[in-house]
Design a protein around this ligand. Structure first.
Ligand code: Z5A
Length: 212
C-alpha cells in the first residue's frame, strides 16, 4: 500500500496494562509537537467494525471457534483500515490505534494457539505490507494487570479467560518485540503512572528524532 507509514502508531498490552492512560499522554505529546493526531481502536473504529467488536467481546454460552474469531478480527480490520485509517493518513493525519495486528499475533496466535501461517496470510491479504511505524508495548506481569482490571465493570469474553491465557498473550507480545525491535518498543507498565509516562515520552521523542 502506497501510504507514508510513519504516520501510524499503535499501543498494545495485556489486560489492565493502562493503554487508556497512555493514549492520553500520547495525545498530549502530539499536541506539544504540533502533530495532527487522531485516535481509534481495534477491534472497531467504524460503525461496522464496532458491530463486529460487539460480537467478538460479548460473553456467550456458545464456544467461539478460533478460526471464526480470527476471521472476524480481520473483517473488522479490513473495514477499519480501508474506511478510516488509510483515508485519514492520506489526508495528512497521524493515526494512533489502541491495538492492531500485533494483538492478533498475541491473542489469536499465542493465546488461542492458531497457526502463525494463517495469521500471516490474512495479514497479507488485508494489509499488504502496511504496518505501524511505531508500536508501544505496555508490558507488565499478568497478575498485576489482572488486579488493576478487576477494579473495573463486567468482564467481556476475553476478560473471562484464565491467567494462563494471558501469560501466553504476554509471551506472544514479547516475541513480537524481539522479532521487530525497530518498530516495537517495550514500556515497563508495572511502574507508577508518572514513570510510565516518562518512558512513553522518551520513546516517542527518540522515534520522532529518527524521522527528522
Ligand atoms: N483483541 C484480539 O483478540 N485480537 C485483536 O486482533 C485485537 C483485539 C485488535 C478488546 O480490547 C479485546 O480485543 C482485547 C483483546 C481483543 N481483550 N482483552 N483483554 P480492548 O483494548 O478494548 O480491551 P482491554 O485490553 O480490556 O483494554 P482496556 O480495558 O482499555 O484496558 P487498558 O486500557 O490497558 O487499561 P486501563 O483502563 O487504562 O487501566 C486499567 C486500570 O489500571 C485503570 O483503573 C487505571 O486507572 C489503572 N492504571 C493505569 N496505569 C496504571 C499504573 N501505571 N499504575 C497503577 N494503575 C494504573
Amino acid at each position: 500500500m502506497n501510504v507514508p507509514v510513519s504516520q501510524f502508531i499503535t499501543v498494545e498490552g495485556t489486560e489492565g496494562a493502562g493503554k487508556s492512560t497512555c493514549i492520553e499522554h500520547i495525545q498530549q505529546w502530539a499536541l506539544q509537537n504540533e502533530i495532527p493526531l487522531v485516535c481509534t481502536r481495534e477491534p472497531g473504529g467504524t460503525p461496522l467494525a464496532e458491530q463486529i467488536r460487539d460480537i467478538l467481546l460479548e460473553a456467550r454460552d456458545e464456544q467461539v471457534d478460533g478460526l471464526a474469531e480470527l476471521l472476524l478480527v480481520f473483517a473488522a480490520r479490513a473495514q477499519h483500515l480501508n474506511g478510516w485509517i488509510l483515508p485519514n493518513i492520506k489526508a495528512g493525519k497521524w493515526v494512533l490505534s489502541d491495538r492492531f495486528t500485533d494483538a492478533t499475533y498475541a491473542y489469536q496466535g499465542a493465546g488461542r494457539g492458531l497457526s502463525t501461517d494463517q495469521i500471516v496470510a490474512l495479514e497479507t491479504l488485508v494489509q499488504g505490507g502496511f504496518q505501524p511505524a511505531l508500536t508501544l508495548l505496555l508490558d507488565l506481569p499478568v497478575e498485576v494487570g489482572l488486579e488493576r482490571a478487576r477494579q473495573r465493570s463486567e468482564p467481556d469474553r476475553f476478560e473471562l479467560e484464565q491467567q494462563e491465557f494471558f501469560e501466553k498473550v504476554r509471551a506472544g507480545y514479547r516475541e513480537r518485540a524481539k522479532q521487530q525491535p525497530w518498530r516495537v518498543k517495550i514500556i515497563d507498565a508495572s511502574k507508577a503512572p508518572e514513570q510510565v509516562a516518562e518512558q512513553l515520552v522518551e520513546a516517542l521523542d527518540q522515534w520522532l528524532a529518527s524521522l527528522r
